[in-house]
Design a protein around this ligand. Structure first.
Ligand code: AVJ
Ligand code: FE
Length: 451
């Protein structure tokens, strides 16, 4: 099969690398410009670092991965690189303290921006002129350009982190770059389609794609039994029935961990919903809007699983997702649900095409061979598969902790893409993962039953 990612930027095309880096930096800058500077030292999500961390983390990470590990060059500012190296996903607020530094004396914004400018200059210079050890003979992290892609894709990934963090800020602390526009419409009638038994290929063989994160290698063929799957992601309209039927109060529908979580955090509806005077609203990025019935509901894994159980159904496995998204009745597998054409805005709601979802099924030219809509775009898709290595897993040299730190049985795989997923990350083998009670990501779901 053709490689699922286009060779986006040949490693010999230095101008293309520089322009990818600059496009990334420009987009990050626009995202930081959307928020009130008064929010800069706040922590919109308790488990994550304050906003200041991310503005330093982006350039610091690129310096560490590309300049230091990839090129064996010196860093730009040792103190900044130590402060901003890491800080993700601690499992409790207590655990967050040592990593994310409640006590950290964060630098001034000017100092962070100054560091970013110095880092950018050094990185652009390296991308334009440094000798790349693409065989990895001296600098293993540079093999096949790994460290370059690591830096570039990492920034794109955190642009999604930023947006879902901004989502939690009070509306008064955000300024839309242009007046928000919404795509609305009636919710599709729920329907299901049969997917025949067959083989799903997870991951990618080394050398078959220009770059993959370590958890994307190697290739694993899973036999998948016949199943029936929702044609559309579960919408707000459908989820409202679950809420109104008392789904959040019915212990039988919840896993022990899920029940404990909704009890402890007093969760009674999706984090993307607001209730005002007895009416439901969607928490848009910039303003609330009356709950759009046709949009996919964004929920945690636990909420998705409880809804599925309520329907006598379940979430798909990672292999079932692959089969529904990339499999075909003939047995051939595709690079993307719609075929082998490169991703563009007609195929799905991704690459920052919108700040919010669009109606389920609104991008029919992105449907899979089975007629399943929105498997890539409009929100990540939860799977029941615990995040783990594929056969032959090797931690990547440019960022060895990237995945291995999360092979702890506490994270579930999400597939596809959200509106805030950069186009460069849209590839078949890409895997995302989160804890089952993390309700802030742009993640939707659909349900299956054995056929
Ligand atoms: C792959 C999205 C789960 O944001 O926690 C960014 C990506 N890792 N910096 C995260 C990541 C280190 C990671 N996810
Ligand atoms: Fe990071």
């Amino acid at each position: 099969m053709p490689s699922s990612a286009p060779a986006p930027h040949a490693l010999t095309d230095r101008l293309a690398l520089v322009s990818w880096y600059r496009r990334n930096r420009e987009r990050s800058r626009r995202l930081f410009d959307m928020i009130d500077p008064a929010a800069y030292y706040t922590r919109p999500i308790a488990l994550r670092n304050p906003i200041v961390f991310y503005e330093g983390h982006l350039p610091a990470f690129s310096v560490i991965a590309l300049l230091k590990r990839g090129l064996g060059a010196p860093g730009v500012d040792e103190r900044m690189e130590k402060l901003f190296e890491r800080g993700i996903d601690p499992d409790s607020i207590d655990a967050a303290v040592p990593r994310s530094g409640a006590d950290t004396a964060w630098p001034s914004r000017d100092a962070v921006l100054d560091y970013g400018a110095r880092a950018d200059a050094a990185i652009v210079d390296a991308l334009a002129t440094a000798a790349f050890d693409l065989d990895g003979a001296t600098h293993r992290a540079m093999r096949q350009g790994e460290a370059i892609f690591t830096a570039l894709e990492h920034e794109a990934m955190h642009q999604e982190t930023l947006l879902y963090m901004w989502h939690r800020l009070p509306f008064a602390q955000k300024l839309p770059p242009e007046p928000p526009r919404y795509e609305l419409g009636p919710a599709p009638t729920p329907s299901r389609v049969a997917v025949a038994a067959g083989t799903a290929t997870l991951g990618a063989a080394r050398g078959s794609i220009p770059f993959g994160w370590d958890n994307e290698y190697g290739e694993q063929r899973d036999a998948v039994g016949a199943f029936e799957i929702d044609v559309h992601s579960v919408t707000n309209a459908a989820f409202l029935e679950f809420v109104e039927a008392g789904g959040y109060a019915n212990r039988d529908l919840w896993s022990p961990g899920g029940w404990e979580w909704i009890g402890a955090d007093q969760v009674a509806h999706p984090a993307f919903w607001l209730r005002d005077q007895g009416r439901w609203f969607w928490r848009g990025l910039f303003e609330p809007l009356p709950l759009p019935e046709s949009w996919p509901v964004y929920v945690s894994y636990e909420e998705a699983a409880a809804f599925a159980r309520w329907q006598g159904r379940r979430l798909p496995t990672e292999a079932e997702y692959h089969r529904a998204a990339f499999g075909t009745p003939s047995g051939a597998e595709r690079a993307f649900p719609w075929g082998d054409d490169l991703p563009d805005a007609t195929r799905g709601n991704f690459d920052f095409a919108s700040w919010d979802p669009v109606p389920a099924g609104a991008r029919p030219s992105g449907a899979s061979a089975w007629g399943v809509h929105d498997l890539v775009g409009n929100g990540w898709e939860w799977t029941t598969s615990v995040f783990g290595p594929l056969p032959g897993f090797q931690p990547m040299t440019s960022y060895p902790e990237y995945s291995a730190d999360f092979f702890d049985g506490q994270h579930y795989v999400m597939k596809g893409a959200s509106p805030a997923t950069a186009r460069e990350l849209v590839r078949r083998s890409f895997r995302n993962w989160f804890r089952p009670n993390y309700p802030y990501v742009y993640a939707k779901f659909r349900t299956v039953t054995a056929g």
